[in-house]
Design a protein around this ligand. Structure first.
Ligand SMILES: NC(=O)c1ccc[n+]([C@@H]2O[C@H](COP(=O)([O-])OP(=O)(O)OC[C@H]3O[C@@H](n4cnc5c(N)ncnc54)[C@H](OP(=O)(O)O)[C@@H]3O)[C@@H](O)[C@H]2O)c1
Length: 468
């Protein structure tokens, strides 16, 4: 038997948010946070190139490449930002697309160093700070699309989303912070619809394999069976990779925010936390124990990223108008193999997550754990990234029929593969407008870019296939 590789558990634990179990109106909990976020209401700003006058509630974004840059990479100096810069330069700069790329961040010299390191010293540099709304507004007005690799997003991300919504600038990021996305929906959805800004969170390992994988198996189910599946189950399988300080910092920041504001637990515990108000379905809380799943024919434990991925998939379904039915169900687990070994790994996963979360929440153990983990700016070595990979399996079920899907990559999930997913999402927004299903709003990968992004990711070497 081929030995199964167990994922390094730490990065997964770090994304675990197993708090609380129910809430009826998450929006209410968020009103205060959302109100504190800058809104774009200055009508003079509607004269940004590419954005017309707001009237009659019509979307006014024209994607005519009239702006100075196709893509601005905000946070190019960070661990993930550098990987994105490298990918875009290596694969697209000077190519047929004629990509006009700028690096953006808060330190000129550091940005110039990144430009040199990726072999493109001529790249234009844009300077700003996450807390300087004027600078962010100026940057947003210059680009067709902004990528944000600056996190934790609840700490550093809100003003940039506000600037993009105001300027009709498309935007994609890597946040996995459910409460940040909820706040952005509450604060900027209306304006993004008005200006035509496509704001797309979760364009990395969370939540592209889940969101686009579900879309893919549903499309295939429809082609084969003439209707959509009533349930999709996702299983994170074999994976290998490492973790960056920025990801750790985002999790620790969320734990701290939860301590300060326990009402946030209700948002994390709500399976429909990102849905439009009143649009719900039958799903309950994410699996947090050990079970044998007969559809995957394997033991399963909790998957820590389920807390964000499931919410994103459910938002996609809601934004599409519930085409898969009001009773559609979606869930995520981690598969750990068959037999006694599979069971024992599932128990380790479940126990490890609980122990890790308790460890970072407890003041005595937290510094001990932090000492062993990377600082912001650091991340897995090239060697670790090169040896990384992941496999995500999906099963669509309905009326006794089944369609199986696989989303996989031969790069580490958190950084190598994530840099490809984020970059291709930005390119898709910048260059594929005519083929996209979306207009402005706070969208998801599936609703903003749909199967067009799947095609791009396949071309970039990722596996998106329907099996059997
Ligand atoms: N969803 C996924 O699959 C996934 C994967 C990877 C990462 N992520 C998320 O992506 C984020 C970045 O992670 P990372 O490891 O790349 O982080 P990192 O290495 O710590 O980089 C953080 C970046 O933020 C910038 N920054 C910090 N404070 C700023 C401010 N006030 N104004 C402007 N820029 C500021 C830093 O600039 P300086 O260089 O000037 O300090 C740096 O460019 C995290 O939230 C992480 O959770 C998600």
């Amino acid at each position: 038997m081929v030995p199964r590789r167990l994922p390094k558990l730490a990065p997964l634990f770090l994304r675990a948010l197993p708090f609380g179990h129910s809430i009826s109106k998450p929006e209410l909990q968020f009103a205060a946070f959302a109100r504190s976020i800058p809104h774009g209401t200055d009508p003079s700003l509607s004269c940004t190139p590419g954005v017309g006058v707001y009237d009659d509630g019509m979307t006014t974004r024209t994607r005519d490449r009239s702006r100075e840059f196709d893509i601005g990479l905000w946070g190019a100096t960070g661990f993930t930002g550098r990987l994105v810069a490298d990918y875009l330069v290596r694969n697209y700069l000077g190519g047929n697309t004629g990509l006009r790329l700028a690096l953006a961040g808060r330190k000129k010299e550091k940005l110039e160093r990144v430009a040199n390191e990726v072999g493109a010293p001529q790249l234009p540099i844009l300077i700003g700070d996450s807390f300087n709304a004027d600078a962010l507004n100026a940057i947003a007005a210059k680009a067709e699309v902004l990528i944000s690799a600056v996190g934790p997003y609840t700490k550093y991300g809100a003003a940039l989303v506000a600037a993009c919504a105001r300027n009709g600038t498309d935007y994609c990021d890597l946040t996995g912070e459910t409460h940040f996305i909820r706040a952005m929906i509450d604060a900027h959805e209306e304006e993004a619809k008005r200006t035509g800004a496509r704001i797309v969170h979760c364009c990395g390992y969370d939540s592209i394999p889940s969101d686009l994988g579900t879309l893919m198996v549903q499309e295939s189910f429809m082609q084969r069976h003439g209707r959509y599946a009533s349930e999709v189950k996702m299983a994170a399988g074999e994976m290998k990779g490492g973790m960056s300080g920025g990801s750790l910092s985002s999790v620790l920041n969320t734990v701290d925010e939860l301590k300060e504001n326990p009402s946030l637990r209700k948002v994390f515990g709500d399976p429909y936390a990102l849905n439009p108000k009143g649009v719900r379905g039958p799903d309950k809380r994410d699996q947090n124990g050990v079970r044998f799943d007969k559809d995957f024919d394997m033991w399963t434990g909790p998957f820590v990223m389920a807390s964000i991925n499931t919410r994103v998939v459910r938002r996609s379904h809601a934004l599409m108008g519930l085409p898969w039915g009001e009773g559609f169900r979606y869930s995520e687990v981690m598969t750990t193999g068959k037999g006694a070994a599979g069971l024992s790994r599932a128990v380790s996963v479940a126990g490890g997550i609980m122990a890790f979360m308790a460890g970072i929440a407890f003041p005595i153990t937290r510094p001990l754990i932090e000492k062993r983990l990377p600082s912001p700016g650091e991340g897995p070595s090239k060697e670790v990234r090169d040896k990384g990979f992941f496999k995500t399996r999906l099963i669509a079920l309905g009326d006794g029929q089944t369609v199986r899907g696989l989303v996989a990559d031969q790069r580490d999930y958190g950084y190598g593969s994530t840099a490809v997913m984020l970059s291709e999402a930005a390119l898709c927004l910048a260059f594929d407008d005519a083929q996209l299903p979306s207009d402005g709003g706070i969208l998801t990968p599936a609703t903003a870019m749909g199967m067009r992004l799947v095609e791009r990711l396949r071309a970039a070497g990722m596996t998106f296939e329907v099996e059997g």
